[in-house]
Design a protein around this ligand. Structure first.
Ligand SMILES: NC(=O)c1ccc[n+]([C@@H]2O[C@H](COP(=O)([O-])OP(=O)(O)OC[C@H]3O[C@@H](n4cnc5c(N)ncnc54)[C@H](O)[C@@H]3O)[C@@H](O)[C@H]2O)c1
Length: 328
């Protein structure tokens, strides 16, 4: 898509902009010529060092519920609402904190968006939510909504989608259902995704623990491909009101992933197995990406091999910052 379409972006707000995806999105917005980017992030799972030094970034270190519950003058903005309590296991351990950010946070941002005539709100929903488990891959956006979701996080991600639809006559929104994002910017940690954690463990020749048999699959999308989808959702008119999967349409076995990481990091790590987490009932996960192809002309370009290499390079370059930040 021609870069010129992004000239209409003007003032942008990125909630959760110091996070793994948000920080890459902020870089992409800067490269596309956005005027001002207000980043609202309480740094609970994000890091300021992930953001570039740039006078166009207005960094606001605040909780989204508090901040958007008050007056803030930024009319006609494009909002990327990425702030979230991350993710499934964290929400199982801390369900009320999850409800605060993902439930009250999304509602407060939407209410503010309606009152301040936001041009569009792009909501970070989750491919692991909405349709629940026990469904055949690939997951389509029009599958029925499940009332038997597996974690508080999946419930509050779905809740955010309900709120987006409730406000649709006042706030133009797009519900982006992210599959597993990975790439530069994600610091490993107890509650983080499998790829950064495998890379960090492999770099230290520690065992890589698979929770399951290793046959389980996920759909891993490189962060910059996902960010491209978010950019398009902000500016493409017909995306209004839609739910759109952002994945690759490809499944990767977790055991294959572990072996790829071990090879790329030239690690001597062993692979070990632990029981599946009690809430994790999804054996396979794969996005049907035909809606993203049709509405956004989006084709995720980065192969897992190339994306993992780029991620490992980032881990080597940022080793000291990651080591200081990670609890892993
Ligand atoms: N990464 C994935 O694989 C994935 C998959 C599905 C959905 N998502 C969604 O995408 C979004 C971005 O994910 P991510 O991987 O960048 O996560 P992340 O944890 O790196 O980023 C979330 C950011 O939100 C901030 N935040 C948390 N609570 C806040 C609050 N109350 N007020 C203000 N800021 C707050 C954190 O400090 C962090 O910087 C999230 O909404 C997440 O639920 C991500």
């Amino acid at each position: 898509m021609a870069e010129g379409v992004y000239s209409e972006l003007g003032c942008c707000i990125v909630t959760g902009g110091a996070g793994a995806v948000g920080s890459r999105l902020v870089r992409r917005l800067l490269a596309s010529g956005a005027d001002t980017i207000h980043v609202v992030d309480d740094l609970s799972s994000g890091y300021k060092w992930l953001l570039p030094d740039n006078p166009k970034i207005n960094f606001i270190e605040r909780d989204v519920v508090e901040f958007f519950g008050q007056q803030f003058d930024a009319p006609n903005s494009h909002i990327f609402h990425l702030a979230a309590f991350f993710a499934n296991q964290n929400s199982v351990d801390h369900p009320l904190e999850d409800l605060h950010t993902n439930g009250a946070g999304t509602l407060t941002v939407l209410k503010w968006a309606a009152e301040n005539k936001a041009k569009r709100l792009v909501y970070a929903s989750a491919g692991c939510s909405i349709a629940g488990h026990g469904i055949d891959a690939p997951i389509r956006e029009d599958m029925p909504v499940s009332l038997h979701l597996d974690t508080p996080y999946q419930i509050t991600k779905a809740l955010g989608e309900f709120y987006c639809n409730y406000y649709l006559d006042r706030v133009s929104s797009v519900r982006c259902r992210f599959f597993n994002s990975y790439g530069p910017g994600e610091v490993p940690g107890a509650y983080r995704n499998v790829i950064p954690n495998f890379i960090w463990l492999a770099m230290h020749n520690r065992p890589l623990t698979i929770t399951g048999t290793g046959e389980e699959t996920r759909d891993f999308i490189f962060v910059d491909d996902l960010v491209e989808g978010l950019m398009r959702c902000a500016v493409i008119g017909p995306a209004h009101g839609e739910a759109i999967n952002l994945g690759t349409g490809r499944q990767t076995r977790i055991e294959d992933l572990a072996n790829m990481v071990i090879e790329l990091t030239e690690s001597t790590s062993a692979i070990q197995y632990a029981p599946r987490r009690s809430w994790d009932h999804s054996k396979t996960r794969q996005a049907d990406i035909s809606r993203a192809e049709q509405l956004l002309s989006l084709a995720p370009e980065t192969s897992l091999d190339v994306g993992l290499r780029e991620t490992v390079d980032w881990f080597r370059e940022e080793y000291d910052s990651i080591a200081r930040s990670s609890d892993f």
